[in-house]
Write a protein of this length. Sequence first.
Length: 289
Amino acid sequence: MRRAATMDRMTTLSAFPVTLAKRLRAHWPALIIPAIVAEEIALVLPHRSSSWATPLLAVVLVLAVATVALAPAAAAKAAPFVLFAYGFAGILIAHLLLIWRTFPLFYGVVNTRSASGSVNLLLPEAFAFMAAALWLLVVTGAPGGSAVRRAVHQLRGAGGEQKTVPALLLLPVLGLWEETFANPLWYGAGSVVWQLVGVALAGGGVVLVRRQPRTAAVVAVVGLIVLGFLLMIRALNGSDQFIYGQVGSDQVTARVDPRMSVQPGDTVKLGLDTRGLHFFDAESEKALI
């Protein structure tokens, strides 16, 4: 009897890799979680906080791998939210690189630094990750997936839904508005009031979608039209121009008047608009004002 029990245990252990492979094949989005945690380790390595953040993320990576191995179905449903958070982090990273960070950062498939044209690739990457997260919501059947599927059916007039503007469209429209006015909302001289306004707008959008879907759809359409007019006016007046160069041995990025004519290799005189200055503590890297 003991011999039979031992054989059964050995058979079970030897079959585990095969069973795990089949489960991961069925729940492949679960693999996104440890991949993103590993990418976060690469992201924080150049940072001053890497001495404590890297070991912490290493523990998170071990937990993520264990979760994927033991509960791949649950991990697959959590993967869209992790990917969406990673996409949102890309927006914050792009802003930090534009205003003050100089050391290189690796995000997605791009290794970039502030005085580099590759910064322009970060936002498209971030939006692509968030769009992929919405697709995964539907694929995995995660919470919120049915709402996204219904919104797509409403746009196409399929799946028994009447063709109309989905109320859910309001949320990405609000996201576009908040990204357009990100400086006063999220980065405006450390103003907590503006940040609360940004959170309130997002929360109000969610409430409107759930309780007044028709009104939410109308607001979404109007918001898109007004945003289009604003972007058109900005394009007619000229967009911002960024100059990448050096002051002594320091690399700098300057946003200047788009009508300013500058060629590679030119030496230019720059002034500072003190209304847009950001000050950070060198040790903690927290905003001072």
